[in-house]
Design a protein around this ligand. Sequence first.
Ligand SMILES: C[S@@+](CC[C@H](N)C(=O)[O-])C[C@H]1O[C@@H](n2cnc3c(N)ncnc32)[C@H](O)[C@@H]1O
Length: 424
Amino acid sequence: MSTPTARRLALDILRRTLDNKQDLQAAVDDALSPVPAGPDKGLATELAYGYLRMRGRINFLLSQLLKNPHQTSPILKRILGVAMYELLFLTRIPDYATLDWAVSLVRERLDATMGRVANGVLRSLLRLGLAPRFPDYYQTKTIGHDQYLAAWYSCPQWLVRLWLDGYGKERTDAFLQASITTPPLGVRVNRAHTRAEEVRDSLRPLAQNSSEWGFALPQWPDFLAQAVAEGSATRQSLAAQKIMDAIGMAYWPSPVLDACAGRGGKTYLLSEAGKSVWASDINVFRLRQLKAEGARLGFDVPAFRAQGQGPWSLRQTPHTVFLDVPCSGLGVLSRRPDIKWKRTAGDCAGLVNLQEQILEATAALLSSGGCLAYVTCTLNPEENERQIERFTLRHPEFTSLRQAQSDPAEALGEFFYGAVLRKN
Ligand SMILES: C[S@@+](CC[C@H](N)C(=O)[O-])C[C@H]1O[C@@H](n2cnc3c(N)ncnc32)[C@H](O)[C@@H]1O
C-alpha cells in the first residue's frame, strides 16, 4: 500500500521544523502550499502539531518498546512516533490502517527487517491497551517526579525543573497541562471599523472567554473569513490581548514607539484602541507584512527598521516605549509546540541579555512622565519579573506601576507576562 498523502506531508513538516529548524507555522505553510484544498491538509496539520505536542510522551513509550532506543534510526523513530500519535490520540482512524501505512513506509525508507521491527513495536503498543493513556503508567515507570512530569506532559526535563523552581508545583501542573492542550482560537475585533459592533455581537454567543473586543472561540465560524477580509477582525490570541489590558494599555500616553513590532499584532491592537503608534523592528520582512496589515485594517502606521539596542535617532520623543521583546516563547507551547524541542537553557540566557540591551537603549528615549511597557510570551522568571526587577535596581528613576501574568484559571492555553513602568 502507498503511504497516504497526509502522513507524508506530516513527516515533511516535521523534517522542516525539527531537522531544518524552520518555524512550525512556516513549515506547515511551505509543505502544504502546493497541496490542493481537501482533508489531507487538515490531517497533516493535525498530525504534525499533535505529534510535536506529545513527542515527549511518545518518545518515552518508544524507549520502553524498542530494544535499543539509542541505536534506532531517527527516521524509524519519527515514522513510529507519528503512527503512535494516531493510535493513541486519533480515534477515527482504524488501528489496522495506521499499522499498514507505517510498516509500508518503514519498508520503503529502510528495509523489510525494519518493517518487521516497526510492526512489532506498534503491536506491542496496542497490547498495552488503555494503560499508556493514564498517568499511572508513567508514574510507575519513571524515576522521580521531574521525570514523570516530563514523560506524561511531554516536556523536556530542564523545562519542568525551570517551572518547578520558578513557579511551584501547582502552577507548573497548570502550565504543563496547557502546553499539551489545543488552545482556543483568538480573535480581535477592530473597534475602529464601521462593522465592529455587529461583528462583536455575532461573536459573543460563540465565545468561551472574552474581553471587550477580544474573543476565544472553540472553532472558527464561517462569517469570520469575510470579517478578516474587510478588516473588521484579526486573528490574535485572547491571552495576548488580555495582557495588554492587564498592564493598562488604555492609559499609556501617545505617541507609542512599538520597538519590536514584528508583523504588527500588537501595533494594531494599540492603533485600534486609539493610540498613535510608530512601529520598528529589526526584521524588514516582518515590517512589510506589518504595512500590509495596516492596509487591511485601515491604518497607516509609520514603520522603520531599527535595532532595539540602538543607536536610536528619533526626531520626536515617544511618550510610551512598548517592548514586545524577543523571548524564549515558553508561554505559547500549545500553539508552537516545536519550541520545546528546539529551545535550550543557553538560548534563554542569550535572550535575557538581548532583552536587557533593548530595555537599556529604549528607556533612554523617554522623558520624565514617559511609560515603558514590557511584554513577553514566556514563562521564565529571568526574562520576566527578574528582568524588570534588575532594571528598576539599575534605574531608580523608573517606578514599576503594574506587573501581570496570564492566569492559568482562564484556560486560554497561552501565558504572557507584562510590566509597565513610569519614568519619574
Ligand atoms: C515577540 S515578537 C513581536 C511580536 C509583535 N509585537 C506582534 O504582536 O505581532 C519579537 C520581535 O522582536 C524582533 N526583534 C528581535 N531582535 C530584535 C532587536 N535586536 N531589535 C528589535 N527587534 C528585534 C523580532 O523580529 C520580532 O518581530
